[in-house]
Design a protein around this ligand. Structure first.
Ligand SMILES: [Mg+2]
Length: 392
């Protein structure tokens, strides 16, 4: 069996272009689906996929590890940058999909079988609608409470919010009080039985991140995500040591060594590899083995498209340390038109039962994808009140 073609299919989904990767083989009807979505880098990833062609065409798609090594190590430049890492990931997912189809079993069955009966989903506040998640403004505690109530009404037992505002490297009490009022409002609206997460988007400086972490500690967050840049692992570690709230990071890490360092420095209690960036399922399984040695939970980053979600779930059903699956459902109204999924989501509790179809268990409707051709992503730029650049 041979790989004959690597085909990217770009689907504009408002905030991001989903980059689906179809790996064709010389066997009639046998192909795999992957995803290599990287916001604001769509052309770069599509080009990187093309650059990888020479390593793959004519090769046996079932030699996944061998091909992964080739994609990561050959062409001299290692695949530990975000663009190449994302391209490798998209292909790796499609290769695993093919292997599952060859053996007629879901991917999680290839990796030792299901280790749990279900995976729990968490949603973004607003379900992935860009304005609700990213554009809530200071003084919006009431809005946070409303959206929290809505998530619970929709059956979710866990949700994530961005209740920490953008801040200058050093600010006074105002943003701290703002974050606290939003989290308090969500906790009062949702009750103690619901798991609330706050994502700082790695916006704060370490000094501000420490203050936010301490101020929000009494609200019992399920996890507190990226209170400072992930490049500053020693600062993340200092914050983790100062509070009992589990700190989460990992969505921007590529390369096994970065994950090793985060674990060895005790920078987090929750690791969030992005399966479409970190090197795919092949790399995510190595990261899981590292995490197990530290008893750190895994909650893969997954705000992208439906192939990414299917991959996260297959990984979750085979990985003991997997805690919860990130999901979006309101990003575009036609999300479910693009994909047929092999798993079932129970509306009460938003629990996912295992996929029973081969591979990742999904089928992409290419006619639907063609209705949403590439468009430049909405520009997201953030500036401090004095005009200086800050993180979005
Ligand atoms: Mg995040």
């Amino acid at each position: 069996m041979k790989i004959t073609r690597i085909e990217p299919l770009v689907c504009h989904a408002r905030m991001r272009n989903w980059i689906f990767v179809k790996v064709h083989t010389d066997q009639a009807g046998l192909y795999g689906w992957g995803e290599a979505t990287l916001e604001w880098h769509t052309r770069g990833v599509v080009g990187a996929l093309e650059d990888l062609n020479g390593l793959l065409i004519g090769e046996d798609p079932t030699r996944v590890e061998h091909l992964w090594q080739s994609m990561y190590r050959q062409h001299f430049w290692h695949g530990n940058g975000i663009v190449r890492g994302t391209a490798i990931s998209g292909i790796d997912l499609a290769l695993w999909d093919i292997v599952g189809k060859v053996h007629g079993v879901p991917c999680h069955a290839l990796w030792g079988g299901a280790v749990r009966d279900y995976v729990r989903l968490y949603c973004h506040l607003g379900g992935g609608k860009m304005e609700d998640f990213y554009e809530t403004k200071p003084g919006d505690a009431k809005r946070f409470a409303e959206l929290a109530r809505k998530a619970v009404e929709e059956g979710f037992t866990a949700f994530k919010s961005m209740a920490v505002p953008e801040t200058m490297p050093l600010e006074g009490l105002k943003p701290i009080r703002y974050a606290e009022s939003c989290v308090r409002a969500m906790r009062e609206a949702a009750g103690d039985g619901i798991d609330i997460m706050v994502d700082c988007h790695a916006r704060p400086s370490p000094a501000m991140g420490m203050q936010f972490a301490k101020a929000l500690e009494p609200y019992g967050l399920y996890f507190f995500e990226e209170p400072c840049w992930p490049e500053q692992l020693d600062d993340l570690a200092a914050i983790q040591q100062a509070v009992s709230t589990p700190i989460a990071t990992g969505e921007r890490l590529v390369g096994l060594e970065s994950f090793r360092d985060a674990l060895a420095q005790r920078a987090c209690r929750v690791l969030q590899p992005d399966i479409t960036h970190c090197g795919g399922l092949t790399q995510a399984r190595r990261i899981a083995a590292l995490a197990e040695a530290y008893r750190v939970a895994l909650a893969p980053h997954n705000p992208q498209g439906p192939v990414s979600t299917a991959a996260s779930l297959e990984f979750g059903f085979a990985t003991p340390a997997y805690a919860i699956c990130e999901s979006v459902h309101n990003d575009v109204p036609w999300r479910q038109d693009v994909v047929k999924e092999g798993f079932v989501v129970e509306s009460k509790g938003r629990l996912v039962r295992p996929n029973t179809r081969p591979g990742l268990g999904i089928e992409i409707d290419e006619d639907e994808v063609r209705k949403h051709p590439f468009q430049q992503e909405v520009l997201q730029r953030s500036f401090n009140p004095d005009g200086s650049v800050t993180d979005w």
